[in-house]
Design a protein around this ligand. Sequence first.
Ligand SMILES: [Zn+2]
Length: 72
Amino acid sequence: MARGKQKEQAREKAQKQAENRQGGKSQLGARAAGLQLKCPVCKTPVANYKIIVQHMEAKHPKEPIPPEKDFQ
Ligand SMILES: [Zn+2]
């Protein structure tokens, strides 16, 4: 039926618009590339040094927290 097809097209259009709002897939890759720091103990990727510190305090409280310059 014509009605059902229209509905399907509308759904596809809405999905495309949602993808555009999220910046498509390329931005996802850029965001992943931003995670260049890794926890020196368990190699978990983290976004920045502050999160490393939080992660170290939470997960590896016995390990010394490396200075920020070690990650630059
Ligand atoms: Zn860790």
